[in-house]
Design a protein around this ligand. Sequence first.
Ligand code: BES
Ligand code: ZN
Ligand code: ZN
Length: 482
Amino acid sequence: MKIEWKADDAAGIEHRCMVVLATKDGDLINGPEAVAEQAKAFGESGELGKSFGGSVYVTDPKGVEAQRLLIFNVGEKLEKDNDLRRATARAWKALRGKGIQEILFSLDGLEGDDAVRAAVEGFILGDYQFTELKSEKDKLPGKLETLTLHDTRDYRDKVARWQKIARGTERARDLCQMPANHLYPESLAEKVLAWSEECGYKASVLTEEECRKAGMGAMISVAQGSDRDGRFIITEYEPEQPSGKTVVLVGKAVTFDSGGLSLKPGANMPEMKGDMGGGATVIGTMSVLRDAGCPHRVIGLVPAVENMPSAKATRPSDVVTSLSGLTVEINNTDAEGRLIMADALTYAKRYNPDFVVDFATLTGACLVALGPYVCAVMGNHQPLVDGILEAGQSVYENFWQLPLVDEYNEFLKSETADVSNISSTRWGGTITAGLFLQRFAGDFQWAHCDIAPGLYEKATDYHPSGGIGVGVRMNIEMLNSL
Ligand code: BES
Ligand code: ZN
Ligand code: ZN
């Protein structure tokens, strides 16, 4: 999507289609005074609809040079900046069925960076489609080719930066959408290597055999059941003027989670192509650090495996030795994410990090606890957790802190090994998974994000169904605040 800029009077700009937002009563939120009267009239007549999502499409509108005008109803009033993200995404979706591929949108009337960012991101993120595997591309809904922003305050550089960051979210989404016969550990690693130059990071990859030799017994125990070889993907970003701080990001990439011998029920299994969402968040983030001007050295570690049942698969009750030396009794092969994350966290030690943050679609229990739109964060260093909560809020990627309740460590006891990979109780599954990881986070200043809620069953205003790429935009803000 191309973004163009105009600073002269918005009403006088010749264009295919202008979009303005208004309350349900027709009070204009952005855009030129020249359309205020029309918006008000449609509000009063009821044609704008009673609530968020209603709209009026005006052909040959009065007072403006644009050929078409879409007035979009944001409801009673704008409750929060994110309503702008939802509104512009939906406004665009209302237009793309009409053969329109260019929009004129005025930033005048929007107050503050967060509001402007939300409005622009709505167009960008709302335009997302995963089309790689469709053969008849001309039958797909159109793309938003050009967004012309009218602005009298010079938001150019900021918007350009936000657009580049959104590219990281798109990359993460693409990885999640890609089915597991196309995206598996080896092909994921190849993609990450291929992107490295364009995105400004260095990348290297350990093969499954190299992981085994290195002692990553926990990761290998998951990888061994699959005919697809596992990979350990390492990415490194060095800023031009380093702050001196090193941050390690770790992301779970189970390219397909069948559950292994503790096989999942069939109904929701297709979703599990997105079980590499944590890895996608990390790779998406790494891919935009240079564009975002991240001041810290950042290492992205992505253990990538496929979790399958087979004659070579780990048996429930098997005991393996992790890279840290801790022995783990694997009582449920479907609790595989924590196993690969454990070894990756141990691996992070060699970078002597100031902070470690991990991302994983780790537990179904997280959806039970927080519902579909809020991810969980836990950690041993409150300022880091606070940084994630605040950064998330600023871009409306919502995280909520759960406690790492010390007493629950009791539930992870194993008769035969140092620790069990599942809890002896069904309650608090997100917390006990976090506590398992804490054993491997050692003395890092560490936070763990359970992003299982980042896999959507249904598309929403500016999110696709499947992996939404949650955490990329948050990460950039969080890194900036460290
Ligand atoms: N990948 C799943 C968690 C998941 C479930 C993510 C639904 C997104 C949506 C994870 O590997 C898993 O299967 N966890 C088990 C853990 C249990 C066996 C302790 C779960 O949540 O049921
Ligand atoms: Zn699982
Ligand atoms: Zn999983």
